[in-house]
Design a protein around this ligand. Sequence first.
Ligand SMILES: CC(C)(COP(=O)(O)OP(=O)(O)OC[C@H]1O[C@@H](n2cnc3c(N)ncnc32)[C@H](O)[C@@H]1OP(=O)(O)O)[C@@H](O)C(=O)NCCC(=O)NCCS
Length: 191
Amino acid sequence: MITYIGTPQIETNRLLLEKFVLSDAQKVFDHWISDERVTDNRVSAAHTDVSQTVERVAGIVSQYEKEDFCYWAVKLKDSGELIGEIDLYDFDEATGNCEVSYSLGYRWWNQGYGTEALRAVIEFGFRHMNLHKVAAAHNTDNPASGRIMSKVGMVQEGIVRDMIRNSKGQYKDCAIYGILEGEYFSKGDGF
Ligand SMILES: CC(C)(COP(=O)(O)OP(=O)(O)OC[C@H]1O[C@@H](n2cnc3c(N)ncnc32)[C@H](O)[C@@H]1OP(=O)(O)O)[C@@H](O)C(=O)NCCC(=O)NCCS
């Protein structure tokens, strides 16, 4: 059975993962959600007006009262800068499985932060939530996302053709990845 404990603060070497607050909306807009370099790799379109982001962040904040809601703001520990987001979702009680998704602002790509955040959330899921499996999918034209999945021990399970249709009407093939609790614990902290 999954143990839900909401969205507690998680600290890594360089990052703090913590709850969003309403006043984060402008930074979310400026740092990633209005940027097509980021949103082209996701399903939803880039925001064109910060009011869309205010609504989205308010929607996130309003769900923190639910214990089965796990949605973190990713911040740099040194400066407090808000650089991205990561969440666990689609919890399946029957299996103990769920999905993970994440986005970082473009200026912070390729500095290891995505790997660090994903590793921390997977560790949290297995060590504290009793998850059985964490899965994710990335567009095959977004290999950096697959790379960070591999780096944290997720295994590619296949490719689903035309799995999503993005906001520009383009179909995308997606690579499906997953990591099982047995794999996580058998490999220890070595990922
Ligand atoms: C996916 C994402 C979170 C990765 O974050 P990040 O902080 O840049 O990731 P890291 O720096 O930890 O690692 C990136 C890895 O991808 C590799 N990489 C980057 N661009 C690549 C490319 N075009 N082809 C292959 N590998 C690539 C990097 O070399 C690095 O691997 P390495 O450590 O072995 O060298 C970030 O690119 C992002 O937010 N993208 C837009 C949103 C998104 O794609 N979300 C996920 C949807 S599934």
